[in-house]
Design a binder for this molecule. Structure first.
Ligand SMILES: CSCCC(=O)C(=O)COP(=O)(O)O
Ligand SMILES: [Mg+2]
Length: 235
């Protein structure tokens, strides 16, 4: 059991709240065949047009690139699990629709919903920092096997409104947006490099080394690590 004193709790999603397979299999497989149709059907949407321009630029495609060429770049990024902003934007829009129409339901590790509700009821301010886009995150928490959890969170951060997850300035930006005291803020993640960045920003950190997850056997030092939120006590 780890006991901390903090007022702000910021959580990662993949590998921390939900199994990696929920993202890499369930959500990625849902997005893959829908990316092309979404780009074509929402070509006039400014958010989609901006994402397409970024894909062309980052993917080295010409102005006349076809939707199939754009999708090939997006699939390549997904296959390599590169969490690149325009991909996360389009995925988030597709998942938002998927949760709204009832195609998708988010599943958490069994300890998660209870612990988040307890921390919220105890007066802690909860926020999310994930590579998933903010609209995608909000949709994810709207329809879960534990009900609608959106009210638990005061704020959502992604790589667009905060910055890269492995860089300390992103955590400084989040603390500033939350008006949080860094030393009274804790970040929970399954990725040691993210914990290093949060600690560099003056935050407290807890690693989630969940059995069977990609980082289960990683070296989390100097951060304390647990395999369940049940083992994290915050007062
Ligand atoms: C609907 S949120 C999906 C999460 C996601 O797309 C993702 O890439 C998760 O990355 P994280 O930073 O939470 O490990
Ligand atoms: Mg993660």
């Amino acid at each position: 059991m780890i006991s901390l004193t903090a007022r702000w709790v910021v959580v990662d999603i993949e590998g921390t709240l939900t199994p990696t397979s929920q993202v890499h299999v369930t959500l990625y497989d849902y997005a893959r065949p829908r990316l092309g149709p979404w780009i074509d059907e929402h070509a006039d949407d400014a958010v989609v047009a901006d994402a397409v321009a970024q894909i062309r630029s980052l993917g080295g495609l010409s102005e006349s690139a076809t939707t199939d060429e754009l999708v090939a770049v997006l699939h390549g990024w997904m296959d390599a699990d590169q969490k690149i902003a325009p991909l996360k934007t389009l995925q988030g829009l597709i998942w938002q629709r998927g949760y709204a129409v009832g195609d998708l339901t988010a599943e958490f590790f069994p300890d998660v919903a209870k612990r988040l509700r307890e921390w919220h009821a105890a007066g802690l301010t909860l926020a999310v920092f994930s590579s998933g886009s903010v609209p995608g995150q909000i949709a994810f928490f709207s329809r879960t096997t534990d009900g609608d959890l959106r009210d638990l969170f005061t704020a959502h951060f992604d790589t667009v409104n905060a910055g890269p997850k492995r860089e300390a300035p992103s955590y400084k930006a989040i603390a500033s947006a939350l008006r949080a005291v860094p030393e009274e803020t804790v970040f929970l993640s399954d990725v040691p490099a993210e914990l290093h960045a949060a600690a560099e920003a003056g935050w407290q950190t807890v690693g989630l080394a969940r059995p069977g997850e990609p980082f289960a056997d990683a070296d989390f030092s100097p951060h304390p690590a647990v395999d369940s939120l049940t083992d994290v006590e915050i007062s």
